[in-house]
Ligand binder design. Sequence first.
Ligand code: CP
Length: 316
Amino acid sequence: MLNTQKRLKLQHFLTIKNLQNEQVNSLIERAEYFKAGGKVLNYEQPVYAVNMFFENSTRTHCSFEMAERKLGIETIPFDPAASSVKKGETLYDTLLALNSIGVELAVIRHPHNEYYRKLVNLSAAQKLNIGIINAGDGSGQHPSQSLLDMMTIHEQFGGFKRLKVAIIGDLTNSRVARSNMRLLKQLGAEVYFSGPEYWYSQEFAEYGTYGKVDDLLDQMDVVMLLRVQHERHQQETAFSTERYHQQYGLTLERYERLKKQAIIMHPGPINRGVELASELVEASQSRFTTQMQNGVFMRMAMIEAVVEGRNLGGKR
Ligand code: CP
């Protein structure tokens, strides 16, 4: 199987903000090639990576690790709780240590927005030389989730132009929503927002329109539900899961009103019975498991772009 398209080459993969449409399409094509069983490049020399997750994760962490293994990359184990970060070592100094012992790529999830700035804007005197792949920064960006979502939509509809996509739920705290609203608009989709008005902000108005769940659902091609992120709420007043589900969630009754070709998506982890009825997680119009499956292939494409951009692995 051939994949002849010119591949993306990057020093770091930090955000979707600078990606051109043709670069997004190139990543989707490469990920679809991997999914179809396309061969990976054979690196002449080993490439060493580390996955550093300072926030909990199941699918992003494990699928980056799976992607690394499929690419033939050696992964060095790193557990923040057992590391010298606990003795006060900074993120920069931790990476300087890992880089000094031979690590060339770091996949990082961190609670601070744009934690990576200090790692990539270096003075001439600084010796850090490591490719950073952002696995989620605070409420900032989640590039790999966003790109695997675009792959999943592309797989279903073959493109993005004029698709109607509703992003529903905890918008304020969602790095997935921030990444997706921008990329979807850029790719030509029509973005709508819904959920509690107190989680909608005017900063989103440049990307789409806010509407009530019941006014939107039957017109949408894609219904993207967001997890209620209790851990990021400063002062949460009594939250009723049942009330949220009835007012804003995808209930069985609302599911029946979706267009037959519409898909439902959720980045995970899901609060069953809150954002959507538990029975809908694996329903025929749900793409929840497809998203997680696609995540491995998209992350392979992203890692490969940084390996290529930094000329790692010797000749191929
Ligand atoms: N979607 C997502 O980021 O899930 P994890 O937190 O499990 O990685």
